[in-house]
Design a protein around this ligand. Sequence first.
Ligand code: NAP
Length: 427
Amino acid sequence: MRSINIGILGLGTVGCGTAELLQRNAELISRRVGADIRIAAVVDRDLERPRPVSFPPESMTTDARRVIADPDIDIIVEVIGGVHPAREFIIEALQQGKNVVTANKELIAKHGSEILDVAGRYGRDFLFEASVGGGIPIIGPLKSSLIANRIEKILGIVNGTTNYILTSMSSVGKDFADVLREAQAMGYAEADPTSDVDGYDSAYKLAILSAIAFNTRIRIEDIYCEGIRGISSKDIAYAAELGYVIKLLAVARPFDGQVEARVHPAMLPVDHPLASVNDVFNAVWLRGDGVGDLMFYGRGAGSLPTGSAIIGDVVESARNIINGASGRISCTCFDKLNIRPISDISLKYYLRLQVADKPGVLASLAGVLGDHTVSISSVVQKSGGDMAELVIITHEVEEKNVQAAIGVLREMNYVSEVSSLIRLEEE
Ligand SMILES: NC(=O)c1ccc[n+]([C@@H]2O[C@H](COP(=O)([O-])OP(=O)(O)OC[C@H]3O[C@@H](n4cnc5c(N)ncnc54)[C@H](OP(=O)(O)O)[C@@H]3O)[C@@H](O)[C@H]2O)c1
């Protein structure tokens, strides 16, 4: 049986998960592929650290470039993370005639087109299923099984940390900061949670999904990105009262020759399939013009789930090598569509304000909103002493009008605070 030799760069969570699953199911995988997938080399900065898997000492090295240059290695698995030196390692590996598999969403979102160009020039595979949704297959289906469809909309819960935090806030009524501390203690959030809670991790994944779905290069800087730090337990309670849940959503759809691509907390109706995606689970919901509505659900991170996606790509790449068909799936970003600015997007909005509890205030506030073509769909008012808390749901309106109205409201002496603005994601 033919051997396909892989070199794993990075023996952290994903590198070890990949090795563990490959070792556990080695025989089954070889029978399915018709080739022996062999971990020929592993690279890490620190070879002494205790790990859940062991490797023959002669296969371990700290020198990534030696593995990349090794003519016996067929496939490089890049799981060191970050942009540098991962970008350089991957480009060198492709130039050395190796196929490359990675889970590195940040790198693909920032340099994917450059790397895919190199892969195309050298006729190699550059595969990255694990970069979005961890163990959930979504890139393969978008590139192959769903290729006949125009994708009309993508909604994703693609960050487990923020989904865990929002789920905990909903179930125990605690505030963001307390739940974040607990999530960090349980290992569900990083010591520096910025990339997750401020939405960047979701934006990287959305850039990848929308580039594939809409055949266009997406610059990460063009994606509107807002995290969950501003969500309070009060907003979550009001959302529940009104029949919604709050999720950090990655949203993309083609619109009027442009692409809408945005990451922000959103109120989803409780009966939407994504509303029941809880804790660290991820899901991507999409609508294709032929297939209709689909949802992909599962573990968006973790050692073995992400390892599962990596091995899927390794096997695909191994089959291509065996059949002399590497480089078969090239970059499909042949269009140049602009990203629609968030200010031009029309949605319904939830507004929470603290106002003076006096006659005429509501009418005056409605007047300001009306002046900006923001019409009110419903109002909840809760009084407490001299002040009242107002929750307003608007009809659909362009974001720039809502923002302009809020700017005026903030200057009015009967409004002490505009506490929240949350977008509604409804059909
Ligand atoms: N963790 C997940 O569940 C998950 C899910 C999907 C995708 N991903 C992506 O998968 C990639 C890896 O994530 P991870 O969680 O496995 O990271 P990790 O646990 O930090 O593992 C990375 C490993 O690579 C080592 N390393 C870093 N730079 C190196 C270099 N230049 N040379 C040799 N070794 C180097 C690190 O060593 P040090 O510890 O010394 O830095 C660490 O042992 C990232 O791109 C991540 O975004 C992760």
